[in-house]
Design a protein around this ligand. Structure first.
Ligand SMILES: NC(=O)c1ccc[n+]([C@@H]2O[C@H](COP(=O)([O-])OP(=O)(O)OC[C@H]3O[C@@H](n4cnc5c(N)ncnc54)[C@H](O)[C@@H]3O)[C@@H](O)[C@H]2O)c1
Length: 439
């Protein structure tokens, strides 16, 4: 199938794990490839991914060979593959825009970002000149301007985008339309780790419902010691993260919880944890006879390899979509891989649809995607039991749950460049969609 030329925006811990993983699995036979969901995805192996461009703003990374920059401070993730090849790629200076929060300067150099004092490159031009196929966006949370800058560059250069951060592009109708109109694939938004707090919380919440009990209160508190957690100490940068994480769990509930009964988000920065993330999860419900019961769970993961296990598939889906001339938000891949996809589905349904899409591209007719989404909604929001949507406060933002009802005509969907012949997710429809907290 050829190679996949990869561009990386943000050479932080996630980029480090991703590049280490590509080398790690390149040298291992597929039958011993623990940690991978797909040794082969649509004909692409992990070793087919080749970095051709990288962008950052940190003076310890800009100008350096990529294989060195991924190990430069303040990166602190586990090194499980130290021998990276010479990619022939030097890290380009990106426009800083809103990428660096002011409070970073109050923290030690080895822990925080330090912007380089050099002029920025022309991102779209670099993408064009390197012939990049897919760009993975790894900006810090809250870098909305910087993410939009990279999204615009992808549109200019015809490069597929994997948006790992909760700045809403794939799930925003206007941005989605831009990708659709240019027939450029996008998978987003906010990467859902392979076995992380979000997927565990979603599945447990859903399981309670499937076993006939309803969740009454829940929290998910997370601590970590990497720059991602340091960055999110700035509360105004955190808003989109809280929306994305909270909505991801709410979408799996029969009746969305009122705002004061659900608390989800990054909770504190503990430097010595480095890239280890600890999640404390509590769910409370009433069981048979309305007897109160609860569950407490503590999950400990290495944050960056946990997301790289998904990104490595997202990159291959992006290239597969380019090969198939499919553009716009990829609904199935986004539902499996992202916390805030254009359409939330049950994880098992999304998984099945994605496997079929990977296998032959004749997956999800739009009708079926709508039905899956609709079933999810019908099961989660039966009208008789639906609460009147309450204003909900998420972080500092006042938001409200969108009522279910006819699908908005402007909701994003994927299209086929060559006609929209029923085997892709094109066109608008009348399906409902899961409760949505508007950004
Ligand atoms: N499991 C996970 O690790 C996970 C899960 C979901 C989402 N994410 C998101 O992925 C993103 C990346 O995570 P990370 O741990 O690699 O973060 P990180 O802090 O290690 O890396 C961010 C990088 O972006 C660079 N940067 C800052 N401004 C920039 C700009 N304008 N242009 C180019 N580069 C810029 C920084 O110098 C740094 O190298 C974060 O937004 C994080 O929330 C991660």
């Amino acid at each position: 199938m050829g190679e996949i030329r990869l561009a990386i925006a943000g050479v932080g811990n996630c980029a480090s794990s991703l590049l280490q993983g590509i080398e790690y699995y390149r040298h291992r036979p597929s039958d011993s490839a623990a940690g991978l969901m797909h040794a082969d995805l649509g004909g692409y192996g992990v070793g087919d991914i080749r970095p051709v461009a990288a962008f950052d703003i940190d003076r310890r990374k800009v100008g350096r060979p990529l294989q060195e920059a991924v190990f430069a401070p303040p990166n602190c993730t586990t090194v499980f593959e130290k021998d990276l090849p010479d990619y022939g790629v030097r890290v380009h200076m990106a426009p800083v825009l809103d990428g660096v929060s002011e409070h970073m300067s109050a923290y030690p150099e080895e822990r925080a970002f330090r912007a380089a004092d050099v002029p920025p490159c022309d991102v779209a031009r670099v993408l064009r000149e390197t012939g990049a196929h897919v760009l993975v966006c790894y900006m810090p949370v809250g870098s909305d301007q910087a993410v939009r800058h990279f999204a615009t560059a992808c549109l200019d250069a015809g490069v597929a985008m994997v948006n790992c951060i909760p700045s809403f592009i794939a799930s925003d109708a206007t941005w989605a339309a831009r990708f659709r109109d240019r027939c450029i694939p996008i998978i987003g938004d906010d990467i859902k780790s392979q076995f992380g707090a979000t997927i565990v919380h979603r599945v447990l919440a859903r399981l309670l419902r499937d076993r006939g009990v309803s969740l009454e209160r829940t929290y998910q508190l997370n601590t970590g010691g990497n720059t991602d957690f340091l960055n999110m100490l700035e509360r105004h940068r955190l808003r989109s993260k809280r929306i994305s994480k909270t909505e991801s769990v709410q979408s799996q509930l029969e009746v969305p919880l009122p705002a004061d009964k659900i608390h989800i988000g990054p909770s504190d920065y503990v430097p010595w944890q480095n890239d280890n993330k600890i999640c404390f999860l509590r769910l409370e419900w009433r069981g048979f006879g309305e007897v109160p019961m609860n569950l407490e769970l503590r999950l400990s993961v290495e944050d960056s390899p946990n997301s790289a296990g998904i990104v490595i598939d997202a990159i291959r889906c992006g290239k597969l979509a380019l090969d198939r001339r499919v553009g716009g938000p990829l609904l199935e891949a986004s539902a499996v891989m992202m916390k805030r996809p254009p359409r939330q589905m049950r994880d098992a349904d999304a998984h099945d649809l994605l496997e079929r899409w990977i296998a032959d591209g004749t997956n999800g007719t739009l009708e079926e995607i709508k039905v899956k989404a609709e079933v999810t909604v019908e099961r989660t929001l039966t009208p008789a039991r639906r609460r009147t949507p309450d204003p909900e406060t998420v972080g500092s933002a006042s938001v409200e749950l969108a009522p279910t009802g006819p699908l908005r005509a402007d909701l994003p969907h994927a299209v086929h460049a060559e006609g929209n012949g029923g085997n892709g997710a094109g066109g608008n429809g009348s399906a409902s969609h899961p409760p949505r907290i508007p950004a």
